[in-house]
Design a protein around this ligand. Structure first.
Ligand code: C2O
Length: 545
């Protein structure tokens, strides 16, 4: 196994998009940031130097961080932020994972531009469970704002309004030729006739689930969130923010240029960015024109923005390639609601009188708790050093009241309570969480991400989860293994995992606007009995608040 050393310098960099130059926060001046390529079993040592004017942390999305929660990254959860002028070295080892993951800033909305791919190849001498493709291409889907994304969220928390939607989607940082001034800012993906390309698709967008399709080409899904799946073929992908999907694409069409297109799967009522991003799939040696006539690429058909049926067909197609070790017995049976809320702010009032986590009018919660980050410590640090009053351990196992999650709900449940509460798990506990979407304000497909773990998604459905009848739908044989579950709009997902990684682990909606509003909680997983089942000591350069 190797050790990979990297320097990540966080800095403002001029980036031209949609006709204008923006002072954009980047890593090493690159947007998107550098692609990290490692093998399963390797170690990473990444020295993050903050030369920007904002606090920053970096999260390695999907890396289990076994015993190394100090390197996980969410600000005020596992570390204090790296202040401007400061630095911190993240050290961790890849243990038993391969496939496509990514890294991103985990502070305010910085991840809008601070993100990149993290690709884990099998160990030397080990192979993919499919024949090795001739090429591999990371495809990072993103969202671009004409304004500084930090200003967008600050403005929203100041006024209590919902933040502005993005101005463009991007593919590898480029919006593509359907946007103004962007005909040159179009990503080209190469394929050879008769050969296969492995596309490692990552949804790095802040706030939008996305559909993805390639004109005239079928996609064979082989992995998601760095776990292999039983291959299946589809013409469209749906990825919630945070999710990754690896697909094989065969160069089996007449040589030419074909559009790759991305646009919103918008399951909520309310405004969304209704634009379309494009890249080009180009066969090697395709001439730009034939007899002087420029050939325009063919456009794929994409589902309508509200096509939940297509999104559901796709997300329920995933199976693990073999029988997996899903716990059949459970020690913790949890029911968490996920959804929005609305505060009763007097009209025209300053946001100070609103009760959202950042003085917002909109809120979001799990089990009616809006998650607030502690201001002066990280939860992990407070736990490790026994600092009192930073957090409490009374996060509720079930919602505070019984209600119809899909129907009208009493006004008292529209206003969640703020708090910094964790749910404590004994080392090795077998945990089931029913994630139940609510329809307060609006239902929405919530991409729920758990730090520090992969989990099994054993079932999902619409309406209210029924513990009497829906258990019949549980797949305890070959459920998919993921780190981010798309909880269907006005529906539910059931996940299971074994709490065998000590630390404090954030679970949250990966729509950043929902984190801003408090749609998060944390698990505190206690140490096991042996040293090897316990959290390591904190690194000496861990930032202090
Ligand atoms: Cu990809 Cu908490 O994040």
């Amino acid at each position: 196994a190797e050790i990979h050393y990297h320097d990540f310098v966080i800095q403002a960099t001029p980036v031209k998009r949609l006709c204008k130059i923006h002072n954009t926060i980047t890593v090493n001046g690159q947007f998107p940031g550098p692609t990290l390529q490692v093998n399963n079993g390797d170690a990473l040592v990444i020295n993050v130097v903050n030369r920007a004017q904002y606090n920053v942390t970096i999260h390695w999305h999907g890396i289990k961080q076994i015993r190394t929660a100090w390197a996980d990254g969410p600000e005020f959860v596992t570390q204090c932020p790296i202040r401007p002028g400061g630095s911190y070295t993240y050290r961790f080892t890849i243990q038993g994972q391969e496939g496509t993951l990514w890294w991103h800033a985990h502070s305010s909305w910085l991840r809008a531009t601070v993100y990149g791919a993290l690709i884990i190849y099998p160990k030397e001498g080990e192979f993919y469970p499919f024949s090795k493709p001739k090429r591999e291409t990371p495809i990072l889907l993103g969202e671009w704002w004409d304004a500084n994304p930090i200003d967008v969220v600050r403005q929203a928390t100041r006024t209590g309004a919902a933040p502005k939607v993005s101005d463009a989607y991007t593919i590898n940082g480029q919006p593509g030729d359907l946007y103004r001034c962007s005909s040159k800012d179009t990503t080209v993906v190469i394929v050879d006739s008769g050969e296969t390309n492995l596309l490692r698709v990552i949804n790095a967008a802040l706030n939008q689930a996305l559909f993805f399709a390639v004109a005239n080409h079928k996609l064979t899904v082989v992995a998601a969130d760095a776990s292999y799946v039983q291959p299946f073929t589809t013409s469209v992908l749906m990825l919630g923010p945070g999710q990754t999907t690896d697909v094989l694409i065969d160069g089996n069409q007449p040589p030419g240029r074909y559009y790759i297109a991305v646009r919103a799967y918008a399951s909520a009522q309310g405004p969304f960015d209704n634009t379309t991003s494009t890249a080009i799939l180009e066969y090697k040696n395709t001439p730009c024109s034939v007899q002087g006539i420029k050939i325009n690429p063919i456009f794929p058909s994409l589902p309508a923005f509200n096509d939940t049926a297509t999104a559901t067909t796709f997300s329920t197609s995933f199976r693990s390639p073999r029988q997996v070790d899903v716990p059949t017995e459970i020690d913790e049976n949890l029911l968490f609601t996920v959804g929005l809320g609305l505060n009763n702010c007097p009209r025209g009032s300053s946001s100070r009188s609103c009760q959202g986590p950042n003085g917002t009018r909109f809120t979001a919660s799990m089990n009616n708790m809006s998650f607030v980050l502690p201001p002066n410590f990280s939860i992990l640090q407070a736990h490790h050093q026994g600092i009192p009053e930073v957090f409490s351990t009374d996060f509720p196992a079930v919602p505070p009241a019984k209600f119809d999650y899909t129907g009208n709900v009493s006004r008292s449940l529209w206003q969640p309570v703020r708090g910094t509460k964790v749910y404590k798990l004994k080392y090795g506990a077998r945990v089931q969480v029913v994630l139940q979407g609510t329809s307060i304000v609006t239902g929405e497909d919530h991409p729920i991400h758990l730090h520090g773990y992969d989990f099994y998604i054993i079932a999902e459905g619409f309406g209210n989860f029924n513990p009497q009848t829906d258990t019949a739908k549980f797949n305890l044989v070959d459920p998919p293994i993921r780190n981010t579950a798309s909880v269907p709009v006005n529906g539910w997902s059931v996940i299971r995992f074994v709490a065998n990684n000590p630390g404090v682990w954030l679970m949250h909606c990966h729509l950043d606007v929902h984190i801003t509003w408090g749609l998060a909680m944390s698990f505190l997983v206690e140490n096991g009995v042996s040293e090897l089942d316990s959290l390591e000591e904190p690194p000496l350069d861990l930032p202090v608040c």
